[in-house]
Structures are given as structure tokens and as C-alpha cells.
Design a protein around this ligand. Sequence first.
Ligand code: PEP
Ligand code: MG
Length: 577
Amino acid sequence: MLKEGIVASPGIAIAKAFVYEKVELEVKEVKVEDPEAEVARVKEALDKSKAQILAIKDKAARDLGAEEAEIFEAHAMVLEDPEFVDSITAEIKNNSINAEAAVKTVTDRFFQIFDAMDDPYFSARAADIRDVGTRVLNNVMGVETVDISALDEDTIIIAEDLAPSDTAQMDKARVKGFATNIGSRTSHTAIMARSLEIPAVLGLGDITSCVKNGDTVIVDGLKGVAVINPDEAELADYKKQQADYQAYMKELGELKGLKAETKDGRVVELVGNIGSPADVDGVHKNGGNGVGLYRTEFLYMDSDEMPDEEKQFQAYKAVIESFKGEPVIIRTLDIGGDKKLPYLPLEEEMNPFLGFRAIRLCFREKDLFKTQLKAILRASAFGNALIMFPMISGVSEVRQAKAILAECMQELDAAGIAYDKDIKIGVMIEIPSAAVTSDIIAKEVDFFSIGTNDLCQYTLAVDRMNQEVSYLYNPLHPAILRLVKTVIEASHSHEGKFTGMCGEMAGDPLATLILLGLGLDEFSMSASSIPQVKKIIRSVSYEDAKAIADAALHLETGEEVKAMVQEKIAELGLKIV
Ligand code: PEP
Ligand code: MG
């Protein structure tokens, strides 16, 4: 039987299934004579839960690294949160009810409050609360959970969904793949699977009711399907595909130390997009030679208060130092649109993506902006930092941002604080007006970085978050290709200036040949895409790539462009995963 889901982590896994079912706890509310005894039961369960969480945290720190273990710090904090604990006690005492009913009521209430907030940061908090609440409930009720920390054979975990504490406890040597009923590409399970490099397919609907323990399951994380009890022919076919994929990955791995150089000697930069210092390892591991986009807003979003200059300085410095002279492009705060800060209330807007976002917000919140600029400048003394401004619509904003940067430099000079006085300044080209006037903007900056995620949404009038219109979201649309060409040419008409790209298009293997041929100088992408893009670049000559780009510019639709590129990729004997 074959079931279709969502590609969450690439690769092919074949193993016996383990259906990881969590017992649905049935909680009945009953009146009690002795509320104090119930409060004591809760206290005991909280202590036990805390000890369990700390043990999982230690295991996660050993198996997955300090960053991944941090989530359990957040879990332990839920248990210490007086709001949470006192609400349970109050529930018991005020209503004379049993401990389990009080824990469930309070967990549900907290979960709903956070879940309703419609913000990725708070949704993650909601998931933490549910995870911790279930643990406390299990402990109050004396329910033992299934142990997946020591498996005796290779296993595919089949589950409704996997909580962070489940993935952290797993026996990494034995778990070969995940297949779950729910989840998306950006859900916690998907992120964990990618960082563990375990193939995963999520959103399979009812996989838990289609599979029994011991069934053979294939998780195809390339096509996003799960095959249950394959026949001999399917199994043989998948074993071959698995071997081919592993060989291809090994081949890509061998490119790590090599340049992204075409057959006739054009070298381009392949660099990573990062959201925090923790992402740096992935860039090094995949052979990236720097950072083309450091999305600093995550530093603000992961904090309960505005990060001060020192905290920012430390984060930027850590990244810059780890690249030892390779370029690190730090983008100033891009908040607004779909990204909010809990401690910076903003007015509700009719069209947040066309509204008070990024540089527009920084101009109004000038102190906040200057704090960040000074932190970046101070960090620039420790390596090769570049500054990039987001959401630029025209040259006036560039001039305004540069004037504020100059003020910051003067203040640092007056205080005798070191920074790179020749720091390069660039802008994101993600608004069509900036692309069209890139010849004017080029005079004011050292580089451009094309943000195709927004450039596509604004040029094609397609909300990048709206599934209903996602079929129109096509970076290979002739309008986008023409804008990319315009921007690259604008920078190249000035000696020493360059154009990079940091939108998802830069890591899309179907776009590589065209971007290369259009003369793009720097490709910045999720670290895991780097090896494949490098492989494509090393397989072609710049002359041929230019001819392919030229042919693409003469086509009339994105679909035609895609078909043409697919043909060229096949002719070059390349495959795409
Ligand atoms: C972009 O718009 O392409 C981009 C890289 O920025 P973000 O995805 O952070 O908006
Ligand atoms: Mg953008």
C-alpha cells in the first residue's frame, strides 16, 4: 500500500515499523474530600516530570548538541512557572477536584491561549505546554510511557505526531525514518529529522491505522510517500534507489573542499542562509564559504525582551569569527509582515506585507535600529562583516539608512570603539521598484542581494503564504528572470560591485543554470542545498550557462522555462534530488 504525504527530510529508509502510540488518557473529574492530598500528588508528579525532563535534556545535549537541548530548558521552565503551577493548585482547592482533572484543565487552558496567538513563536510555546502537560498527567496517573530509547533492530517510527521529547529520547542508531499522520515541512518533527539526517514523510493522514508493529515500511523522503509491506519487486526497486541516493550523496560530499567553478573557470560564491549562530555548523559542513543572509530577526523573536547591544554583538561576533575572514552578510531587522515581536506591539494592518515592515519600522524605531547597527559595527572588527538593509523600495531609503549608519560610526569613533571602517553596505532587492531602479541604487551601495521570496510575491501579486494561489508563485516566470538580469547588470556596470541572491530561488536546482548564465556572483541558500548546486555549477561551462539563460529569456512562460531547464539538466547527465 502506498500513501502520500509531505516531504519533510530527504532520503530513503527501509525497515520494520514501530507504531508509537501514546495512550489517550481519559480524565474524569471527581470531587475530593482532601484537596491537600491532591496538591501533594501534583507536587510529586511535577518533581518526577522535572527529573525526567532534565534527563532527556542531558541525552539531547549529548546526541543532538546544546542548541537542540535548549527546548527542554523551556519545558523545565513551564514546570517552574508560578502561573502554571499555582493555577493547578487553585483549581484543586477552589473546586475540590482531583489532581488529574486540574492538570488537564489548566494545560488545556494554557495551550489554547498560546495556540490562538497565530504566531510561530507562540505556537511553539503551545506545543511545549501540551508536551509538558501530558507528561505531568502521565505521572499523576502513574502511566508508564513507551520506551523508544533502546530499540533492538532498525526501525521506522510511525506516529500521530512526534513531540520534541519523543525525538530527543529516540535511539539514534536504530531509528531509520519517521512517518506521521500530521505535521508540515516546518514542524518540529521535520526540523529534527533534517538535523538528524533521517528520512521523514509527514502529513500522511492515517498511517498509524494502516501499519502494525513489524510491518516493513519504506519512507521515501524524496517523493513524500510511504510504502507499507512492499512486494518483492517494489522492495528491490527501492533498495536500488536507496543505494543510488546514498552514492549520490557521497559523491556530493566529496565536492566539499572544491570551489563552485564552471568548466571554463568562472568561480561563484556559494554561501549559507542562517537564522542564528547554531546554523553555522551546517554551512561549514556543507562547504559554504560564508553567509549571504543572516536573518537577525530570530535573535529578537527568540527573546522575551529586546536584545541589547551586548547580546547582539556577542551573537554577530560568534558568527563572524567562525568564518575566519569569509564574508558574513548581516541583514538588519526584518520584522513586520508575518514576523512579530511579543514585546513590540504593532498596529493590526490590512496588508501587513505591504505595510509597516523591516527598514520602514527601523526608521521609526530609530533607537532600536541604532542599537543593532552599533552591535554589527562592533562585531565587524572581528572578521569580514557586511551590512544589508531589507525592504528597500528606492534610493532615498538607502540614503536615509546610510545616514543613520554614519551617525552610529561617529558615536563609536567618539567613544574610541573599533569597527571596520570600510565595511561593505548592500541592500536586498525584493521590491520590484528597487529592481527596476537598481541602476540608480547601485551608485549608493557595494552589493545587491536579490530576495526572490518577496520579489516573486510583489511582482506576481501572489501572497507567499497563501496555498490557494501558490500555483502562480513561480520564480522562473519571465518577469522575474528579466528583473534578475536587470539587477545583475546594474551592479556589474560598477567596478567591484556584485549581486547575490538569498531567496529560495538561489538554492533551487532548476534555477541554477539560468542564474549562473545571467552572471549571478553569489548564491546564498539553506546549507543542505549547497552541495547539489555546486555539482550543477561544476558540470557546465559559463558559456553554455549563458546560452541557457539567453534561451530562457526568450521563452514566454515559467512552465516553458522549467521544461527547457529540465531538458538541459538531463543532457548534462545530472540528476536532481
Ligand atoms: C526574500 O524575501 O527572498 C528573503 C530572503 O527574505 P525573507 O524570506 O526573510 O523575507
Ligand atoms: Mg524578504
